[in-house]
Write a protein that binds this ligand. Structure first.
Ligand code: F6P
Length: 545
């Protein structure tokens, strides 16, 4: 059964939210806190080792009530159960959406078109385990009998970003294998990676759900050629593995059937790190850690499926994001992790969020009359503070931000960690409270500044504050907590897509550029340039000169 098809702006609650926005938009967060002594407790959720504080948002009690009403009216509960039960909610591709089945428990049953897919998922997990174990413990050898030292993941988009982000995030838990990622079709990328590699001790994992992606096939072909410069055709079986739904194309590429890991069309590329697409994660940190990542995600799945909306972290964060996006007109959201390990987290979420909800057509095929997907960006704190925080603090735009921090540092350097976390807490406090002209004046006075000079300087040193943030405070960055954190954002994506009445699981918008690149490549390689607009034609001529 399809998802309901409801234009949220036609619901009476949408009008009520609009009125609520008009009535509360001038309120300062400081007033909201002053008016409710228990605001921090009321507007936060404790779940496992996650404390999610959403009290520093420009929402009143009534706003929240209305947002929950919105979730009810768009039939979010129905959508959640349809997703988890394998309905074909990816209607434009006629597919189920079941990345959650990849982290299901062995005893669970998840039906896709009447077939329980959990046994098949576990069969592949077992294959990942035996393969990864044999590479990590050195029993699997390269063509000259040496153990592997390096792994290269060849993939792009969801076949790169997830494994690359997680491998970096879990670096602390890494074994001796050095894992590299080649994604861009830019030959300088692949050759830069290859230049330091030893063909005798390098394992290549070609990851492509479709096995038709130009970037991945070009990189895999270049690498195969490089490898065959040092080895023979039969050695490919020892050095190449592949992950794909397209087993025939893998066989044609020459990869040994033993080293092929299937995936399924009910797993979207950007949600696929939990499948064999995560093979390079299992290689980097060992299968047990990979499995713990999956368990953490499964725990978040259970929370999302069973908690009522008021206590449901992905639902609450999604609703708050809709509030800013659709009523405040916020265009972007910043994601600021206070750990260097999560340096690729916002890049990863850019694909997850923007490829999913970057849609302008609703489920009827009509252009939407409201804003949909947010623009996602961010970098780790404290580096981001010294780069773009100026604009968040004193610019003209409203930028809701998620701050993600951990109570414990992995290397146990308390001195550094206290400084890091002092910044973490200080930023959300500063963004909320700001600094009034009176506060600025008294600071300057204390420094002995003259009144006249003070008058000139004060406006520049004032911070309006009232900038919204969510704080996600987690005990420690572990495979398990990381799994939960990623799953949290996955579910937030889904909730927002349901509210906006769009299809979150297709990505037709990436096709046109691919198509045109195919035509232009012929123009570049051939003797004549075909029909183009004046600008493109001139640029192509200049490139070919
Ligand atoms: O960029 C579009 C896209 O289809 C993504 O959704 C996907 O993650 C990526 O290309 C890679 O696709 P594949 O895994 O099929 O090579």
């Amino acid at each position: 059964m399809a998802l309901y098809n409801i234009d949220p702006t036609t619901l009476s609650v949408w009008g009520k939210l609009s009125d609520n926005y008009k009535a509360t938009k001038e309120l300062h967060l400081k007033e909201l806190f002053a008016g409710n002594e228990t605001r921090a407790e009321d507007l936060s959720l404790q779940w496992n080792d996650f404390l999610v504080d959403f009290s520093k948002n420009r929402i009143s009690k009534e706003t929240l009530e209305l947002l929950f009403e919105l979730a009810e009216e768009v039939k979010l509960g129905d959508a959640i159960s349809k997703q988890f039960s394998g309905e074909h909610i990816n209607q434009t591709e006629n597919r189920a959406v079941l990345h959650t089945a990849l982290r299901a428990k062995k005893t669970d049953a998840v039906l896709v078109d009447g077939v329980n897919v959990v046994p098949e998922v576990f069969k592949v997990k077992e294959h990942i385990k035996t393969f990864a174990d044999s590479v990590v413990n050195g029993t699997r050898k390269g063509f000259t009998g040496k153990a592997f030292t390096d792994v290269v993941n060849i993939g792009i988009g969801g076949s790169d970003l997830g494994p690359a982000m997680v491998t970096e995030a879990l670096k602390f838990y890494k074994n001796h294998l050095k894992v590299h990622f080649v994604s861009n079709v830019d030959g300088d990328h692949v050759h830069e990676v290859l230049k330091d590699l030893d063909p005798e001790t390098t394992l290549f994992v070609v990851v492509s759900k479709t096995f038709t992606t130009q970037e991945t096939l070009s990189n895999a072909t270049t690498i195969k050629k490089w490898f065959l410069g040092h080895a023979t055709q039969k050695d490919i079986a020892k050095h190449f593995a592949a992950v794909s739904t397209n087993t025939q194309a893998i066989a044609e590429f020459g990869i040994d059937a033993e080293n092929v890991f299937p995936m399924w069309d009910w797993v979207g590329g950007r949600f696929s790190l939990w499948s064999a697409v995560g093979l390079s994660i299992a290689l980097a940190v060992g299968f047990e850690n990979f499995d713990a990542l999956l368990s953490g995600a499964n725990e978040m799945d259970e929370h999302f499926k069973t908690a009522d909306f008021k206590g449901n972290i992905p639902v609450v964060l999604a609703l708050i994001s809709v509030w800013y996006n659709n009523f405040y007109g916020a265009e972007t959201e910043a994601i600021i992790p206070y750990t260097q390990y999560l340096s690729r987290f916002s890049a990863y979420l850019q694909q997850g969020i923007m490829e999913s909800n970057g849609k302008s057509v609703d489920r009827n095929g009509n252009r939407v009359g409201y804003q949909t997907g947010t623009i996602i960006w961010g970098e780790p704190g404290t580096n981001s503070q010294h780069a773009f925080f100026q604009l968040i603090h004193q610019g003209t735009k409203i930028i809701p931000a998620d701050f993600i921090g951990f109570k414990h540092a992995l290397h146990g350097d308390t001195d550094h960690h206290n400084k890091l976390m002092a910044n973490f807490f200080a930023q959300t406090e500063a963004l909320m409270n700001g600094k009034t002209p009176d506060e600025v004046r008294s600071e300057l006075k204390a420094k002995g500044m003259e009144e006249a000079a003070m008058d000139k300087l004060v406006p520049f040193k004032v911070f309006e504050g009232n900038k919204p943030t969510n704080t996600i405070l987690i005990d420690k960055l572990t495979p398990r907590s990381l799994g939960s954190l990623i799953a949290l954002y996955e579910h937030k994506i889904f909730v927002q897509g349901v509210i906006w009445n769009i299809f979150s699981y297709d990505q037709w918008g990436v096709e046109l550029g691919k198509q045109l690149a195919g035509n232009i490549l012929k123009d570049i390689q051939g003797s004549k340039i075909g029909d183009h607009d004046g600008s493109t034609l001139r640029l192509l001529q200049s490139f070919k000169d």
